[in-house]
Design a protein around this ligand. Structure first.
Ligand SMILES: CC(C)(COP(=O)(O)OP(=O)(O)OC[C@H]1O[C@@H](n2cnc3c(N)ncnc32)[C@H](O)[C@@H]1OP(=O)(O)O)[C@@H](O)C(=O)NCCC(=O)NCCS
Length: 180
């Protein structure tokens, strides 16, 4: 569990189903994430799968954390870290928020805590976020966090039926440590 001033980041519980469904069933929310609009059954499936995503020890492992508001205990989104290369000590992270709670800095607060946890508790050298260039709000999160824009790829991803262009934002462990 990771605590910030307004949030708790913790593994999902089956009882989070209603809160998760609220944002995962929203077409606008899933537009640039690699899963479809989810039905109640698909959310249940994702929840069950996510229960085991609690640590990164070997390549292919993931951590999936709910973003819970401390005050109301409502789950307002999620953040994840995927361990993609053991050799390069490399992971990618992502984030999603229920649009009702967007615009309050919650994602930036959650992602900042996730990156600090990731570098302090795991043997990682570099962490990156890959995003669709039509998603400026995601870019803004990475800029607020202090990540570097490393790459701008043109139509490198065939995503949800069309060619899309992506940005890669990244940060090294030593760079992250020098920010805090
Ligand atoms: C991308 C996404 C996570 C960004 O969410 P967000 O709400 O804009 O991000 P934050 O929670 O950090 O909030 C930032 C906003 O809150 C404002 N804000 C208010 N208080 C703040 C605070 N204490 N700290 C930082 N920002 C604060 C910022 O100014 C910013 O507002 P702006 O968009 O008007 O400039 C969200 O749009 C989303 O879930 N999209 C769908 C899923 C998705 O695309 N995920 C990314 C895939 S790569």
């Amino acid at each position: 569990m990771i605590e910030t001033s307004r949030l708790i980041l913790r593994p999902f519980k089956l009882s989070d189903h209603a809160d998760m469904l609220e944002y995962q069933s929203n077409p606008e929310t899933v537009k640039y994430v690699p899963w479809p609009v989810r039905t109640s059954e698909q959310v249940q499936e994702a929840l069950e799968k996510g229960l085991s995503c609690t640590k990164i020890e070997k390549q292919g492992d993931s951590v999936l954390l709910s973003i819970e508001l401390k005050e109301s205990k409502k789950v307002i989104g999620q953040t994840n870290l995927n361990y993609l290369s053991e050799k390069n000590k490399y992971a990618e992270f992502g984030y999603v928020i229920n649009p009702v709670f967007s615009g309050n800095g919650y994602v930036t607060e959650a992602a900042r805590a996730l990156l600090t946890w990731a570098f302090e508790n795991n043997d990682l050298h570099r962490i990156a976020a890959v995003m669709d260039q039509r998603n400026p709000k995601s870019r803004a999160v990475c800029e607020r966090l202090g990540l570097r824009l490393e790459a701008s790829h043109t139509e490198d991803d065939f995503f949800k039926g069309e060619w899309t262009s992506t940005w890669i934002f990244a940060i090294l462990k030593r760079e992250w440590q020098s920010l805090s």
